[in-house]
Design a protein around this ligand. Structure first.
Ligand SMILES: [Fe+2]
Ligand SMILES: [Fe+2]
Length: 311
């Protein structure tokens, strides 16, 4: 009898024996393979591809520069979270024996999120110095994690649930937000930084939809329902509580301060968005995402939020 018990199917993911073989390298989802190839051809370098010397910190009024320094630091914290979420998902893809092009694409996605974090860090440094941590503990919680890393290692949460919530939800909302900020950010260096980040995010969003489309024909109705619910829950509990932008968070002295940082950064043309400009954009995004799910036969209900109404 074997003295060492083999981990059961329900064991935590990292306790399981790695099942790498047979290692299939052929393509099962051609559209994701295409994203991988596009990503390899579209690499950029935050140090060289942005002319940092064109940003003169002394030309910006102190109050605005200080706000923008805070804003870009906060952006960096968010991007940093994505750096660890990507490889965690790759581990999961391998354990679930999902098509290899998913892990190939995510190897580059990790690299892209690293570039985003570095770009935000460099912007903050240029604006007077990167800030390594939020001042308020509550804020640390709000932006710290949306729980993807934990979910990725939880065998009871399907990859479909995670991708629907994280990519088809949170990354889609962020994509339109970046597009809006590119329209309103007049400082050429800040604008270039946002444009370069958006260039990568377009592939991140496409990945989510290609994956769900490929999986749907193989999913049972109860699995589809769980995925639908994961998207709804994440939208309500993460996005609509201010994970991405503080104006969506319930009013508190803490969010007043964060909203002021956003308003000053936006007024300086250095990034950020404000509630009045973003509201119609966010509602339109939600309608687009709902239509996209509807095309797949998945019904997404209306949402209600104190500042957005029912949409
Ligand atoms: Fe990113
Ligand atoms: Fe991303």
């Amino acid at each position: 009898m074997n003295a060492i018990a083999a981990p059961t199917a329900n064991a935590p993911l990292l306790d399981r024996i790695e099942r790498r073989f047979p290692l299939a390298m052929d393509t099962a989802i051609p559209k994701i393979r295409e994203l991988y190839v596009a990503a390899t051809r579209n690499q950029w370098d935050p140090e060289r591809d942005i002319d940092w010397t064109a940003l003169d910190p002394d030309a910006i009024p102190d109050e605005q520069r200080e706000a923008a320094r805070n804003w870009w630091s906060r952006r960096g914290w968010g991007e940093y979270g994505a750096i660890s979420e990507s490889p965690t998902l790759s581990v999961r893809f391998t354990q679930d024996r999902l098509p290899v092009e998913m892990a190939l694409f995510f190897a580059l996605r990790t690299n892209e999120e690293a570039r985003h974090a570095e770009t935000c860090y460099r912007m903050a440094e240029r604006l007077g110095g990167y800030i390594p941590a939020p001042i308020h503990a509550d804020f640390t919680k709000a932006i710290g994690s949306h729980g993807v890393r934990k979910m990725a290692l939880d065998p009871d949460t399907s990859v479909e649930c995670i991708i629907a919530a994280l990519v088809c939800g949170l990354e889609e909302y962020a994509f339109d937000w970046f597009r809006l900020m590119i329209e309103t950010t007049t400082n050429p260096v800040a604008n270039k930084a946002l444009k370069l980040i958006l260039r990568d995010e377009v592939r991140h969003c496409a990945f989510g939809w290609h994956f769900i489309e490929a999986r749907l024909p193989h999913m049972r109705p109860d699995e589809i329902e769980r995925m639908r619910q994961a998207f709804i829950d994440t939208t309500i509990q993460v996005e609509l509580t201010g994970y991405r932008v503080p104006w969506m968070a319930p009013d508190s002295p803490m969010t007043d301060k964060e909203n002021r940082i956003d308003a000053l950064t936006r007024a300086a043309g250095l990034g950020a968005s404000i509630e009045s400009e973003e509201k119609p954009v966010f509602i339109a995004t939600m309608q687009r995402v709902r239509r996209r799910f509807a095309e797949l036969g998945i019904d997404i209900p209306l949402f209600t939020h104190a500042k957005l109404g029912t949409f």
